[in-house]
Design a protein around this ligand. Sequence first.
Ligand code: NAP
Length: 249
Amino acid sequence: MSRILENKVAVVTGASRGIGREIALSMAEEGAAVIVNYNGSAARAEEVVKEICDAGGKAEAVQCDVSDFSKAAELMDYVVKTYGRVDILVNNAGITRDNLLMKMSEEDFDAVINTNLKGAFNCMKHIARQMLKQRSGRIINISSVSGIMGNAGQANYSASKAGIIGLTKAAARELASRSITVNAIAPGFVKTEMTEVLSDAVKEAAEAQIPMKHFGETKDIANMAVFLASDKAKYITGQVISVDGGMAM
Ligand code: NAP
């Protein structure tokens, strides 16, 4: 049976765990060679690579702090030199530093913007020339329901995720004529280490806001990422697709 990402090269940022890990595994399952980017979790990134290779796929773990402009350039240069092309970029790396606006430090605001928003910009900027040369490419940015609706205690995170939406749409307009699509996925609450730390009270309050009444699975997000990366989605660009159990409708 033919796989929908056969012979594609995919870079997934923040793929050592959570949603990024699932996207990496799912893209590899569909035939892509996957660059499993991570920042600090080397052993976990290697586990993802092993899982892919054990299943007969192709993957490599590459450390890079995507918030660092020149390091992101090095990552993309390395991938292009090694693999000759980049078909898919998934900007998934993300952090939270939650606090009420009144209590939020400048450091926590900057850290979240630098990783979540500038990190995506850095990776897109450094791969755009290659994709333009190829006259093809798929960029998938992971936004959030918080970027659409706002969320108390997440001024930095909501701003970064709303920023991702503007970044996605501007880049989609710039790159569309060369058959490069740029889309965002806006997950709702998904079961990962990021949401594991929430108190039971916060989790219950969140579930009450979700029409489907439960958190999503990482696979729910990965399925959408695989679809957007495939030829089946070739006429979709500049869109923000919510995968959130109905939360942001
Ligand atoms: P997670 O389990 O905390 O994993 C975050 C990933 O990002 C890790 O692989 C981490 O790598 C990587 N990362 C963090 N900073 C990085 C940096 N500077 N450079 C490179 N990689 C970095 O988070 P998750 O829940 O899977 O979330 C993934 C994405 O989905 C994030 O953008 C998040 O905002 C978004 N999202 C999540 C939810 C949710 O409910 N979980 C909802 C909406 C949107 P290391 O471990 O190596 O540091």
